[in-house]
Design a protein around this ligand. Structure first.
Ligand code: SF4
Ligand code: SF4
Length: 273
């Protein structure tokens, strides 16, 4: 597949977002006075997949191990800069006010970070004229032409993996232990800014110390005994999902659309009692 692309500076991609951030970027985002939310999804993980299951390996790298009742699970935590309307860093002329320090995801867009998602212009915020043939080559034979963007994608994936243990510690500090079933939605936690900033600073400092002690990579081995793993609940707005999860030993949480919950549930499907 070949795709040509040039940014038209329309600013569409800087509006109404939950912008995925690395741990360091989330710290900077909060320090600028902006909001960060914590999105959580959980994957049932009854056994380790085969070594040649590349999708499972990708999910494993960016998650941490947990138990939900008697069901092993893996938890994916995504820190996001959240805003309705224009990004707080967007200037009136549609230029980025923190261009030199903008998050990786902004530098990479409209390319895809997830290696299992193919770039589809129809799914992007860019107008049709940005994709006209004859603009700068973006993909040739399905591969990114720009080596710098490819490098940014690798950095983003590496940060996603390296941040997973710190995100586990962050959730423990903040008492976050509910996630949506992966592919059904996300549970969105919105801790108070001051508490989130303090917790992020604490886990970031601990990660730096652990990096130094481990000789830079800082990837401490994961706990493997179920008693040592954090306990998480699966939330769903579909009663059948909760029932199915509970039937295999998991801890389920029914999200009643009419009820008050200490989190927001972003479901991909309509609620079903
Ligand atoms: S940080 Fe800059 S590039 Fe990223 S969404 Fe905000 S204004 Fe746009
Ligand atoms: S939506 Fe696309 S064309 Fe518009 S500013 Fe963002 S990257 Fe550029």
């Amino acid at each position: 597949m070949n795709i040509d692309f040039e940014c038209t500076m329309c600013g569409n991609c800087c509006h109404d977002l939950r912008l995925p951030l690395t741990l360091a970027e989330a710290l900077a985002w909060l320090a600028r006075g902006n909001e960060v939310q914590v999105l959580c999804e959980a994957l049932p993980w009854p056994e380790e997949p085969a070594a040649d299951n590349l999708q499972a390996a990708h999910k494993r790298r960016r998650s941490f191990a947990a138990m939900s009742g008697s069901l092993p699970a893996r938890i994916v935590v995504i820190l996001t800069g959240a805003f309705a309307g224009p990004c707080p860093n967007l200037q009136p002329d549609m230029r980025c006010g923190i261009y030199e320090a903008r998050p990786l995801v902004c530098r990479i867009y409209p390319a895809e970070i997830n290696p299992f998602i193919a770039l589809d212009p129809a799914g992007k915020a860019c107008p049709p004229e940005a994709w006209q043939p004859g603009r700068a080559p973006l993909l040739r034979g399905g591969q990114l032409v720009d080596a710098a963007t490819a490098d940014l994608i690798q950095r983003s994936r590496a940060a996603d993996s390296a941040d997973a243990p710190a995100k586990q510690a962050l959730c423990a500090l903040l008492g976050i232990d509910v996630a949506a079933l992966a592919n059904e939605g996300f549970v969105v936690h919105s801790p108070p800014r001051a508490a989130l900033l303090a917790a992020l600073q604490q886990v970031n400092a601990a990660a730096s110390v652990s990096d130094a002690a481990a000789g830079a990579t800082g990837t401490a081995p994961e706990a493997t005994k179920s008693d040592d793993l954090p306990v998480w609940r699966f939330a769903s707005n579909r009663r059948a999902t909760v029932n199915t999860l509970e039937s295999v030993g998991a801890l389920g949480a029914w999200v009643d659309p009419a009820g008050a919950m200490p989190f927001e549930y972003l479901g991909f499907y309509p609620a079903a009692a």
